[in-house]
Design a protein around this ligand. Structure first.
Ligand code: SAH
Length: 273
């Protein structure tokens, strides 16, 4: 698509490509917080929580640009164009994305359009879903006794038309984190087992990680599709596959329900004071 730029004019603004983290508002970086508070306009994805949007100044323009299923590329082009257009009229344009903008976030594509249109930008990294999920589910992604490395992959790519290289992802003592994989759970299970990963490898699917609605579904690789079909599982959800998942039993410190009742207790306490 040809970008529309305003002939003979300079963009007045700058675009801040900002990672919002995985959900818990306190996982926002201090820099992201500052940039959000100075925003004139915020273009945000469906994954960005309401708690984070509440930090945006009330007079800033908010534009929801959540991707519509089946219309990914058209929506992406519209977003690219909108970022350029806004930079001509607004000073601080914030493009706010879930997690980290450079991990399965199309951040690079959006920046390409800005470069092409001569718009200035900065990038503020965020805590990616893999890190947030690992921390809040008590699953270290590497551990000297269980895993010597970790790989982040997308399970959303056209698995049938462009087959995944399962051989390179099926190594023992290596952690695999799969974003956007829930709908392909059966293909992922088959691919890994056929490539030699043990059917008994521990797996975790964690939904709405780092939020008060976090849920985790733990089992073996042979059960991955059954775990993914659990009616309690809500999106977004992430898969962690590997020996490190065993550690969740003892390191699982985050108790969402307990935490919210604690907040309520504190609120009750302060009312009594
Ligand atoms: N840029 C984002 C990823 C976008 S892709 C990042 O760095 O985290 C969207 C996928 O991220 C979802 O399908 C899901 O697999 C994962 N995801 C994002 N937030 C999540 C959360 N709070 N809990 C579990 N998975 C999450």
């Amino acid at each position: 698509m040809e970008l529309i730029t305003l002939q003979g004019q300079q963009a007045v603004g700058k675009v801040w490509l900002v990672g919002a983290g995985p959900g818990d508002v306190e996982l926002l970086t201090v820099k992201a917080y500052r940039v959000l508070q100075q925003a004139d306009v915020v273009l945000f994805d469906a994954l960005v929580s309401d708690d984070i949007m509440a930090l945006v100044p009330s007079d800033a323009e908010r534009i929801a640009v959540g991707k519509r299923a089946g219309k990914h590329s058209a929506a992406q082009e519209e977003i690219n164009q909108l970022l350029v257009t806004k930079a001509y009229t607004r000073k601080n344009v914030v493009r706010l994305k879930g997690g980290d903008p450079f991990i399965f976030g199309r951040g690079g594509e959006e920046l390409d359009s800005l470069v092409e249109a001569g718009v200035q930008f900065e990038v503020v990294p965020g805590i990616t879903a893999a890190s947030g999920t690992a921390a809040y589910a008590g699953i270290p992604l590497t551990h000297r006794d269980y895993s010597q490395g970790v790989t982040f992959i997308t399970g959303h790519c056209k698995l049938e038309s462009r087959p995944m290289d399962w051989q390179s992802h099926a190594k023992a003592n290596h952690t695999l984190v799969i974003y956007m994989g829930i709908l392909n759970a059966e293909l992922i299970k088959q691919g890994l087992i056929q490539a030699g990963r043990s059917a008994d490898t521990p797996v975790a699917i964690v939904s709405k990680a780092t939020t008060q609605s976090q849920r985790q579904f733990i089992g073996k690789l042979s059960e991955l599709d059954k775990l993914a079909a659990d009616p309690q599982l809500k999106m977004p959800a992430l898969m962690i596959i590997g020996e490190v998942v065993e550690l969740a039993d003892s390191l699982n410190w985050f108790k969402p329900d307990a935490d919210s009742s604690q907040v309520n207790d504190l609120a009750a306490l302060s009312l009594n004071l």
